[in-house]
Design a protein around this ligand. Structure first.
Ligand SMILES: [Zn+2]
Length: 233
C-alpha cells in the first residue's frame, strides 16, 4: 500500500517552514497518477505558502511495483557522494520484506525483481521512464557514458537524465543546458546493446551493485554518510 507521512519542510528560497504530506512508499502498480506525476517531474513538488516558490522535497522514498517487479529505493541526491554506504539499502529492504520475513506466498513471488538504489527524484524519474520503456538500465548508463565522452563532458553536472521516450528518440535533460533537451535516437542505444564486447568494461563497472548509474564512475562514493536513509517499507 502507498504510505504517507507528514513532514516539516523549509522553502529553499525564503526559508519559510511548511508542513506537508509526503509519499514515503509508493505502490506504483496501484497509483497511475503518482507514476504520471513522477514522469512529468511533479512528484513531491510543493509550493511554499509564503513566497509560492515551487520546490521538490528530496526525502527518502520507496518506489515499489509488484506488477512490473521493481524495487527502487530513492535516497536524497546528497547521498550520492556516499553511495558505497547506501547502495545496498534497497537489496537489504527487498530481502527482508520479500524473503527473510516473508510468508511463503510472498517469497514465491520474490524472483525476478529489479532492485535498485537511486539518489534524487531526477534519478528515480530516469530509472522509471527507462524501465517502463523496456530499456535495460545498465545499457542506458553505458549510453550516458558514451554521450558524455563524445557530446558533453565527463563531469557530474553534464550527466544526462532520461525524462521521456518520443517515437524513436530518447529525451534527456542536462543540468548545464537548462534551455534545451538532448534527443538521442533509440537506434544509438540499440547499437550499443548489440555490441557488448566493445563496452564490456563500462557495463561491468555500472552493474557492480544496486546503484546502477554512471555515477559509479563520476563519484568515489566514499564521502561521509550524511543523509537520512529509508524507513523499512
Ligand atoms: Zn518560500
Amino acid at each position: 500500500m502507498t504510505s504517507y507521512a507528514t513532514r516539516k519542510v523549509s522553502c529553499p528560497r525564503c526559508g519559510h517552514e511548511d508542513s506537508c504530506r509526503l509519499t514515503v512508499a509508493v505502490r506504483a502498480e496501484d497509483e497511475p497518477e503518482l507514476v504520471e506525476d513522477l514522469r512529468a517531474g511533479r512528484l513531491r513538488v510543493f509550493a511554499c505558502s509564503a513566497c509560492e516558490h515551487a520546490y521538490a522535497v528530496d526525502d527518502p522514498l520507496a518506489w515499489l511495483d509488484f506488477e512490473r517487479k521493481h524495487w527502487i529505493v530513492c535516497l536524497p541526491a546528497g547521498g550520492e557522494h556516499a553511495w558505497r554506504t547506501y547502495e545496498n539499502d534497497s537489496m537489504t529492504a527487498w530481502r527482508e520484506s520479500m524473503v527473510t520475513h516473508a510468508p511463503p506466498l510472498v517469497r514465491d513471488m520474490s524472483g525476478g525483481f529489479t532492485v535498485r538504489t537511486v539518489f534524487g527524484l531526477a534519478a528515480l524519474r530516469d530509472k522509471v521512464v527507462a524501465l517502463h520503456a523496456g530499456l535495460d538500465d545498465a545499457w542506458l548508463e553505458v549510453l550516458k557514458l558514451d554521450i558524455m565522452r563524445s557530446v558533453l563532458r565527463f563531469v557530474p553536472e553534464d550527466r544526462p537524465r532520461l525524462i521521456d521516450m518520443r517515437d524513436e528518440a530518447m529525451i534527456f535533460t542536462v543540468a548545464t543546458r537548462p534551455d534545451e533537451l538532448l534527443s538521442i535516437p533509440r537506434s544509438t542505444y540499440d547499437a550499443l546493446c548489440m555490441d557488448p564486447l566493445s563496452w564490456l568494461a563500462a557495463h561491468e563497472e555500472v552493474t557492480r551493485g544496486p546503484y546502477v548509474d554512471v555515477g559509479r564512475l563520476l563519484f568515489s562514493g566514499r564521502a561521509e554518510a550524511s543523509v537520512e536513509s529509508l524507513p523499512q517499507p
